[in-house]
Design a protein around this ligand. Structure first.
Ligand SMILES: C[S@@+](CC[C@H](N)C(=O)[O-])C[C@H]1O[C@@H](n2cnc3c(N)ncnc32)[C@H](O)[C@@H]1O
Length: 219
């Protein structure tokens, strides 16, 4: 069977969460939690690259009425998210659909009030990232919000230990998960070209990780 595009995280799916916890403690989770207050009631939410479903569970816990599309390129990650969802027994008010695939699996008519990219954008080299971000922008409603959590060093120059950690991650996930990028992208310029401004920002892990809310300025 031909390999699915961007499905390289299959190999790490069984131990991805444990690995992240080991290296970063709860910092990556806290960065994602910081975004949840920005998800409005009744929102159509796209979670792309959510992995094993931890973030999905946090969305359910908000007790908001949400319509969630959970899109991930790795069958093993998506399966874990689906299992986690079926085990979630508390009452919630979300309608959730799961879809296997990349941004290419979005339908032209699909529009979202919120798009969440949790540690996704750092995986792609600039040309591919540009394309992916254009596709996501097209799927975002005109006054929608882009919620991002990612490795985005706040301190410049980037401290040496952060550089070492970033390099190590690219080597490790490049080898194991076929991550194509070799360094962190210049997120700011990619968002600027698409007309986004940062409306909220919070730092984690001594500024190596940031949570941001971005919106387009409507003319
Ligand atoms: C670095 S992991 C982050 C997982 C999760 N967000 C977390 O923080 O624990 C990246 C996730 O994005 C998925 N992914 C990679 N490329 C993708 C794409 N083009 N479209 C959708 N999902 C993608 C991977 O399968 C993986 O689950």
């Amino acid at each position: 069977m031909p390999k699915l595009p961007d499905s390289g995280f299959n190999r790490v799916a069984p131990y991805y969460d444990a690995l992240v916890r080991l290296v970063y403690g709860t910092a990556l989770e806290r960065a994602q939690l910081a975004l949840l207050p920005f998800v409005p009631q009744q929102a159509r939410v796209l979670v792309i690259g959510g992995g094993t479903g931890w973030l999905l569970e946090q969305l359910l816990k908000t007790e908001k009425h949400l319509y969630i599309l959970y899109l991930d390129a790795s069958p093993a990650m998506l399966q874990r998210a689906q299992q986690r969802y079926s085990r979630y027994k508390n009452p919630h008010f979300c309608s959730v659909s799961f879809r296997l695939g990349t941004e290419q699996a979005l339908q032209p008519h699909e529009q979202f009030d919120v798009i969440i990219t949790p540690f996704l954008l750092d995986l792609f080299p600039p040309p591919r990232l540009r394309q992916l971000m254009q596709e996501l922008t097209a799927a975002l409603a005109p006054n929608g919000k882009w919620l991002l959590a990612d490795f985005w060093p706040a301190r410049q120059p980037t401290p040496w230990w952060q550089q070492v950690l970033i390099k190590g991650m690219y080597v490790f996930f490049g080898w194991l998960s076929e991550v194509q990028a070799k360094q962190l992208p210049d997120y700011g310029s990619h968002f600027k070209v698409l007309g986004f401004e940062v409306n909220f920002s919070q730092q984690f892990y001594s500024g190596l990780v940031q949570a941001k809310v971005l919106e387009r300025q409507l003319t």
